[in-house]
Design a protein around this ligand. Structure first.
Ligand code: NDP
Length: 268
């Protein structure tokens, strides 16, 4: 049976095995999908061992997306652009690296949530691994402006500089985010530590959407704060399922239906 894994640390909490089991069932594909806990510094050895033993593909989560980028022998254009890899696939003698985070976020925003972002003002808070993967796909939506704000201002500036040819983007510190945004994406790790990102007065334009890449109970404090400030609020479960669907497509050349899986996970 074709074998797949999600590699991370920690990885016990990952919903990926459940998501891919649902995709496999719905598409009639036969595969095995497990979790692989890897110690920091041991990614390349573990991944090499998995693929040498016939493994067909891997999802890669914290903190290994840059290790996976370096491990991949070939990379898709969007992985090169992001400088990070969240999906590995065995291909005739080599391992291909892809990044499906950006496509997953954009599909959740535009298809599942029905947002039209052309000409709108977008704020992306955070400049870590997840933020890197979504800047170019967000700019592809032709916003009026994409502001990247980060606690360490220099990282936001570097990120904006890297993508300046892809569209209107600027990098600032958290103290200079500005306001009037139609979409605010929280790509910081604050929610996963039970903290809620500060949302200054005037941050949201009327009818704005606040989106936390974290999902489930972790996202609640941010979403509650955003709702109190008048925004529509949504967590990152849809992004998680959509980025998994992109990975499934890369591996199996079948595009699974995602709406039912998102609904089932929410209900659970
Ligand atoms: P990283 O560790 O790479 O980046 C963390 C970011 O959070 C940095 O920009 C960091 O700023 C910022 N940060 C940390 N603490 C604070 C704080 N107290 N105040 C303000 N900013 C802070 O994490 P990732 O980018 O990989 O992940 C970020 C989030 O996205 C996580 O919640 C993760 O679960 C989620 N995610 C969700 C996905 C999905 O499919 N739904 C996919 C990928 C990620 P600084 O640079 O100053 O340290």
């Amino acid at each position: 049976m074709d074998r797949y894994v999600v590699i991370g640390n920690p990885v016990a909490h990952s919903l990926s095995p459940e998501i891919h089991a649902r995709f496999a069932l719905a598409t009639g594909e036969t595969l095995a999908y497990d979790r692989l806990l890897v110690e920091p510094g041991d990614f390349a050895r573990a991944a090499r061992g998995f693929f040498a033993a016939g493994g067909r593909g891997a999802n890669v989560t914290l903190p290994f997306k840059v290790d996976a980028f370096e491990f991949a022998q070939e990379r898709t254009a969007r992985a090169e652009q992001a400088g990070a890899v969240n999906t590995l696939a065995a291909r005739a003698g080599i391992v291909l690296g892809d990044n499906t985070d950006g496509a997953g976020l954009v599909r959740d925003l535009t298809v599942n949530l029905g947002l039209g972002l052309g000409g709108k003002r977008i704020l992306l808070v955070g400049a870590g691994g997840a933020a890197r993967g979504v800047v170019a796909p967000l700019l592809d939506l032709s916003p009026a402006m994409l502001v990247v704000a980060n606690r360490t201002r220099e990282r936001a500036r570097e990120l904006a500089l890297r993508f300046r040819d892809a569209g209107p983007v600027e990098g600032v510190g958290l103290d200079a985010m500005g306001g009037g945004f139609d979409l605010v994406v929280n790509a910081t790790s604050t929610s996963t530590r039970g903290e809620a990102l500060a949302l200054p007065r005037g941050l949201f334009a009327p009818g704005a959407t606040a989106y936390d890449m974290a999902y489930g109970p972790a996202a609640r404090p941010f979403l509650e704060r955003a709702r109190a400030a008048g925004a529509n609020a949504c967590d990152g479960l849809g992004m998680l399922v959509e980025q998994a669907a992109e990975a499934f497509f890369l591996w199996r050349e079948r595009r699974p239906d995602t709406a039912g899986v998102i609904a089932a996970l929410r209900a659970a």
